[in-house]
Design a protein around this ligand. Structure first.
Ligand code: FAD
Length: 443
């Protein structure tokens, strides 16, 4: 394909579920467009397209399995999938830039420890949310990641008692995974509310989560906050702490030899503590001044329209996908991938239309029985979390239990547990990270 003018520069900020979903869609819609492309080989070069995927890591991290991965290192080691293992990503029109993004403006991206300003014509924001390590994963290379899995495993093995602070979805899964893998250890889950897993879920669902935790032998302290603690901080991430103000995932939440005092005055002693508190949004990094009538940032993320464009006419060239967007109250990996796909498709449409009016694609809803938005309660501009209905949720509590809230209500326990997935969708994700049959990812 001959070069016609300057190549079009597309930046994708964040390379996990949403960002890779966007790059894959750009690949299919802008690069693999030759009629004989069949998904078994690299797409032909296209000097007119320049896609840069930016991430502080050198690979994809399968967060869905992270609590089990920390508890079970054999499984955990498989959760990092290097970008270098995705052959389609090695296309000459795709560059992978490993760096920490420190600021995003309407025209360029800035990086930590560098004066570079990377300009773009189109941008996909896919930087997700931040959680402290180990769940948020402080590692930036596969080597660091494997090291950290080994260290957490050693700490867990050495501890007789482990406290998990924070009973959201992540904290409950963490407590259940630890108790399933180490039934002989005392595992206590401390949560400030009366029931775990806040969010758009039914109380019946939450009660069933409590039943399963108790069945496993997890001790629960609910309706109490940790108001004081003394502990030895186990900070593996000190080398990175320079950038922890913009990336809370660089801060480790693990502590040893802890005495925790709860709001009722109870004293909890634990050899090891994991804090699984709420996720933080990335808006401090994003400097997009909004037009007067548009409020760009909501508590659920950057406001987007159904085409995944940032919801301000000034920013039709900027898309936000996955957890960083206000797509839904509850954040899901599948929605991140599909919203990335929609953004990629729409950027291709805008480029191919060369300025002529074009109908953009809307975010596709999940397939299934009722089609609809199954579980992904969209938040329209101006809506609040409370106005949305219940969301779909599947909590994997150890290898043998699962609690599910579906469109039809809470799935009966024995049916739900028969639906638990031992690899927590790892093989599905690996299949999805390939393009067509273009080389499997198994190593
Ligand atoms: C323990 C756990 C269990 C979960 N279980 C489920 C589940 O069962 N089902 C489900 O659907 N969802 C689950 N989720 C939620 C799911 O993981 C998210 O919805 C999904 O990760 C969102 O994808 P994303 O691409 O928007 O963001 P992320 O996956 O968070 O990706 C963001 C990317 O941006 C990069 N990045 C961020 N900031 C910067 C920066 N400043 N500079 C450079 N790079 C940056 C990060 O390194 C990362 O690669 C779970 C999450 C966790 C933590």
């Amino acid at each position: 394909m001959p070069l016609v003018g300057n190549p079009i520069r597309i930046a994708v900020a964040g390379g996990n579920y949403g960002g890779l979903g966007a790059v894959k869609s750009l690949y299919l819609n802008l690069l693999a467009t030759n009629p004989d492309y069949d998904g078994t080989k690299q797409a032909p070069p296209n000097p007119n397209i320049n896609i840069t995927l930016i991430d502080r890591r050198d690979g994809f991290v399968h967060y869905l399995g992270m609590t089990r991965g920390i508890s079970n290192p054999e499984y955990g080691r498989q959760l990092w999938i290097p970008y270098a293992d995705m052959p389609w990503l090695q296309h000459p029109s795709i560059a992978i830039k490993k760096n920490i993004i420190s600021r995003i403006t309407p025209k360029h991206i800035e990086f930590a420890d560098s004066n570079e300003k990377m300009e773009f014509d189109y941008l996909v924001l896919a930087m997700g949310l931040s959680r402290n390590a180990p769940i948020g994963v402080s590692a930036s290379t596969e080597h660091e990641y494997l090291d950290s899995i080994h260290r957490y495993h050693t700490l867990i093995q050495d501890a007789k008692s482990i406290a998990i602070v924070g009973g959201g979805a992540v904290g409950t899964e963490m407590a259940a995974d630890l108790k399933s893998d180490y039934p002989e250890k005392d595992i206590v889950l401390i949560h400030s509310r009366k029931l775990p897993v806040q969010g758009p879920f039914m109380d019946e669902f939450r009660h069933e989560v409590v039943n399963v935790l108790h069945k496993l032998g997890v001790k629960t302290i609910f309706g109490e906050r940790v108001i004081d603690e003394s502990a030895v901080k186990e900070d593996f991430s000190l080398a990175n702490s320079k950038h922890s103000a913009i990336l809370p995932e660089l801060i480790d939440s693990v502590k040893r030899k802890a005495t925790l005092i709860t709001s009722s005055g109870s004293k909890v002693q634990a050899d090891l503590v994991f804090k699984c508190l709420g996720a933080k949004n990335k808006s401090p990094l994003i400097d997009l001044p909004s037009s007067n009538e548009h409020v760009l940032f909501s508590s659920h993320g950057i406001r987007v329209n159904s085409c995944m464009q940032v919801d301000d006419p000034k920013y039709q060239h900027i898309f936000a996908v996955g957890d960083i967007s206000n797509l839904a109250v509850a954040k899901y990996a599948g929605a991140a991938v599909r919203s990335g796909g929609t953004a990629g498709e729409n950027i291709a449409k805008l480029i191919n239309s060369k300025g002529a009016p074009v109908d953009l694609s809307q975010m596709k809803s999940r397939g299934g029985k009722n089609k609809g938005d199954k579980g992904e309660n969209k938040i329209g501009p101006g809506a609040t979390a409370g106005s949305a209905g219940y969301s779909h949720m599947k909590l994997e509590l150890g290898e043998h239990y699962c609690v599910i809230q579906s469109d039809d209500g809470v799935v009966p326990p024995e049916v739900a547990s028969s639906m638990s997935s031992p690899d927590i969708k790892l093989s599905k994700v690996k299949r999805n990270l390939a393009v067509g049959r273009y080389l499997p990812l198994e190593r």
